[in-house]
Design a protein around this ligand. Structure first.
Ligand SMILES: *Cc1c(COP(=O)(O)O)cnc(C)c1O
Length: 389
């Protein structure tokens, strides 16, 4: 027990101790947290759909028809007509032959990587990939090679000297803590030349990028039998769950071998009916994506005078690169004191020395919200530079 106490005290001393806050009421730009109202820039509900009445109504209708729990794994009796319909809609939406609905993105990544690769194979991953892609590679027991962020030249060298039976490149499409986009066309080109598969994790691009929000592959107009697409439904889609889309054969194989699909209880059908409703809104309401672009440009203008740079981004993720853990924690705290909530992101979520405020935008934010954030950040920056040694 003492071990844990010491380890926790150590985290606290390094300003790395994480804490949860208790949110009351639905998600949105304004949040009730620990009994107080906050202007929030901390969610992945990029399109502002998490509390949309059409989604709530679809969930209610789903509950009426299918009840609450799915009661078994999908391969036993947990795969409902609502799940079946959602999978067909998802495949059509991302313009791929077939889709498989998973409980969430973490499980999808673990399941796919471990089902496609094993000992003797090699997985290649960008250094800034999401934890679930890293864990999937470890779980697979394949060789795991990490290339520097966005470095396709290094990846090309690694692929060229690899003689594994099967090669799989895995990448975030939109990097979750940076908001930048992977060079997907170049990655696919390398995969074509080196006979490798490409798994694209579009957790932050699905709904946000591409015509009608169809995602990163559409953004770059990419199509290939080598592509395996993973999209999540808990972020821009505002619901929960995830899906993998690929060729018929590949999905048929996942159905037989993805352990995180086979050995877990199906998500409630009401989540599938809600996700179907979300897909319709994502396609039918381009104004949500237009707003994200307008607000992003406005944010970059509004934060120009700060001592820290805001990384360039055309996505909904705009990191303010502060550097050290202590400063970023102090900054977040000064913002909270002004009723503004922006999460401080520290190692191990990001590399050491690159702690940041992760400002994420929603289509439901307004210019006035951003003015308020800019003002609070300006005041916090002044307070911090005054107290600096
Ligand atoms: C959030 C996220 C996941 C996990 O998805 P969940 O559905 O939340 O489990 C996977 N990959 C990336 C890049 C993510 O940001």
């Amino acid at each position: 027990m003492d071990d844990f106490q010491t380890a926790l005290a150590d985290l606290q001393a390094q300003h790395l101790l994480r804490q949860r806050r208790i949110v009351d009421g639905p998600q949105g730009p304004l949040l009730q947290v620990d009994g107080k109202s906050y202007l929030a820039f901390c969610s992945n509900d990029y399109l502002g759909l998490a509390n949309h009445p059409a989604l709530l109504a679809a969930a209610q209708a789903g509950m009426q028809q299918f009840g609450m729990g799915a009661a078994a794994s999908a391969l036993i009796s947990g795969h409902s007509a609502a799940h079946e319909m959602l999978e067909q809609e998802l495949a059509a939406f991302v313009e791929m032959p077939r889709a498989l609905y998973f409980s969430n993105g973490y499980m999808a990544n673990l399941g796919v990587i471990a089902a496609l690769t094993g000992p003797g194979d090699t997985v290649f991953g960008d250094r800034l990939n999401h934890a679930s892609l890293i864990d999937g590679a470890r779980l697979s027991r394949a060789d795991f090679k990490v290339y520097p962020h966005g470095d396709t030249a290094t990846l090309a060298r690694l692929l060229a000297k690899c003689h594994s039976r099967r090669k799989l490149v895995v990448t975030d499409a939109v990097f979750s803590m940076d908001g930048d986009i992977a060079p997907l066309a170049a990655l696919l080109d390398l995969c074509e030349r080196h006979d490798a598969w490409l798994l694209v994790d579009d957790a932050h691009g699905f709904g946000v990028l591409g015509t009608q929000g169809r995602g990163s592959l559409r953004h770059f107009s990419l199509r290939s039998e080598r592509l395996i697409y993973m999209g999540t439904l808990g972020k821009a889609a505002g619901v929960a769950g995830a899906f993998v889309a690929a060729s018929d054969n590949l999905i048929a194989w996942l159905l037989q071998r993805a352990r995180t699909y086979m050995f877990t209880t199906g998500n409630p059908a009401l989540l599938a009916t809600a996700a179907s409703a979300s897909l319709k809104l994502i396609a039918a309401e381009p104004w949500r994506r237009t707003r994200l672009q307008e607000l992003g440009a406005y944010l970059h203008q509004a934060l120009r005078g700060l001592p820290w740079p805001l990384a360039a981004s055309i996505t909904a993720i705009h990191p303010l690169l502060v550097g050290d853990n202590q400063t970023v924690q102090a900054l977040a705290q000064l913002l909270r004191a002004q009723s503004v909530w922006v999460p401080a992101i520290c190692p191990p979520t990001v590399p050491r020395g690159t702690a940041r405020l992760r400002i994420s935008l929603s289509a439901l934010h307004t210019e006035a919200h951003i003015d308020q954030l800019a003002q609070a950040l300006g005041a916090a920056a002044t307070a911090l530079t005054r107290t600096a040694p």
